[in-house]
Ligand binder design. Structure first.
Ligand SMILES: [Zn+2]
Length: 347
């Protein structure tokens, strides 16, 4: 592919061939995209070290949707050059840590436009690292660009966009407001769970949930906020409300299912602003319409999001299994908002 004429900065523009190399061969740094054999190489933890330390996760096992082999978080790394690793620490991890370490109320107090863009780039970086580490991108390097680009199962344009967001601390790209995806920030109060950390991604819909203590962030990376208009109203939080983990997961699953309903996805592009010479990431938003929900898709997403909890769940006052309730789209933990079959956890 020939680069569009406005993208003449090789630091900013990564062509499709290089991008596929990046995510398949892992011989280049994911941020600066230079060959690793020409750089001093570090291991970049898929989950940031400050989270691994704070929640004592180094020796705990991560389970991924496509790769069920237990792997320890501490060994869950991807190659990255030393320069980029240091840059990300300075520009991304340290400021995000300051925003998130104080929990839900502190984050809300400091969530201005810059903080939103910073967190958005950070979520994109974590999502991309998990996606690549999970081996979830079906790539056959022998067939290369044309064949792969026609693969309906791989949304290369969206992955490429998330890569642009993830490396925006390196390129200095400004993220335009219309690019920011849907986000729900919840206060968590759940004494049933001893763990203070939860992490869920739905690769196929670019949806991610991160919970640190009493703070849960549920977000989509590629819908330009459109899911918020069609998410079930009963799942959206009101001020001062506090949620359990199972309720937060339901909001995550509902957001993920909702993104599959959007007709005409946003089209993202990077351009160099003439006035400033800086790269800038924009979105063209098609006329907004939503398809009806597909029950099979919704059930599959709920099953994925709740997969670790299913063995411990039963439906109150019923012999129905939680899995069966999911398959019939009847499982909800937000029962105070709507009269549907209610799920309860069994200790
Ligand atoms: Zn690098």
């Amino acid at each position: 592919m020939t680069p569009p004429p406005y993208l003449n900065d090789p630091k900013v523009y990564i062509d499709t061939d290089t991008f596929i190399d990046l995510v398949s061969k892992k011989t280049r740094c994911l941020i600066c995209c230079e060959p690793l054999d020409s750089k001093v190489v570090n291991r970049e933890h898929v989950l940031p070290k400050w989270i691994l330390r704070k929640y004592d996760l180094y020796d705990k096992e991560v389970s991924l949707p496509h790769d069920y082999h237990g792997r320890r978080y501490g060994r869950h790394t991807i190659p990255c050059c030393k320069d980029c690793n240091s840059m990300l620490g300075r520009k991304l991890e340290q400021p995000v840590r300051r925003l998130m370490e104080g929990g839900h109320s502190k984050l809300l107090r400091h969530l201005d436009g810059d903080a939103q863009r910073l967190l958005f780039a950070w979520r994109s970086w974590i999502f991309l690292k998990f996606l690549i580490k999970d081996g979830a991108i079906p790539i056959n390097p022998d067939h290369r660009v044309e064949a792969v680009m026609q693969d309906k199962n791989t949304d290369w344009a969206t992955l490429h966009h998330i890569h642009c967001l993830a490396r925006s601390p390196y390129t200095g790209a400004h993220i335009a407001p219309e690019v920011l995806g849907s986000i729900v920030i919840l206060a968590i109060d759940d004494d049933r769970y001893r763990e203070d950390f939860d992490f869920v991604t739905v690769h196929e819909t670019q949806t991610i949930m991160i919970r640190l203590g009493d703070l849960a962030i549920i977000a989509n990376l590629s819908d330009s906020g459109r899911s918020m208009d069609i998410m079930h109203r009963f799942v959206l939080p009101t001020r001062q409300e506090r949620f359990t983990i199972l309720q937060a997961l339901e909001i995550c699953a509902d957001m993920s299912a909702t993104t599959t309903r959007i007709k005409g996805k946003p089209v993202y592009s990077t351009r160099i602003e003439q006035a400033t010479g800086r790269p800038s990431i924009h979105a063209d938003l098609p006329v907004y319409e939503a398809n009806p929900v597909d029950p099979g898709t919704r059930a599959a997403i709920f099953e994925l999001v709740y997969r670790e909890h299913l063995p411990h769940l039963k439906i109150a006052g019923s012999d129905m299994s939680a899995l069966q309730a999911i398959k019939e789209n009847r499982l909800t933990f937000l029962e105070h908002r709507i009269s549907r079959a209610a799920g309860e956890i069994e200790e």
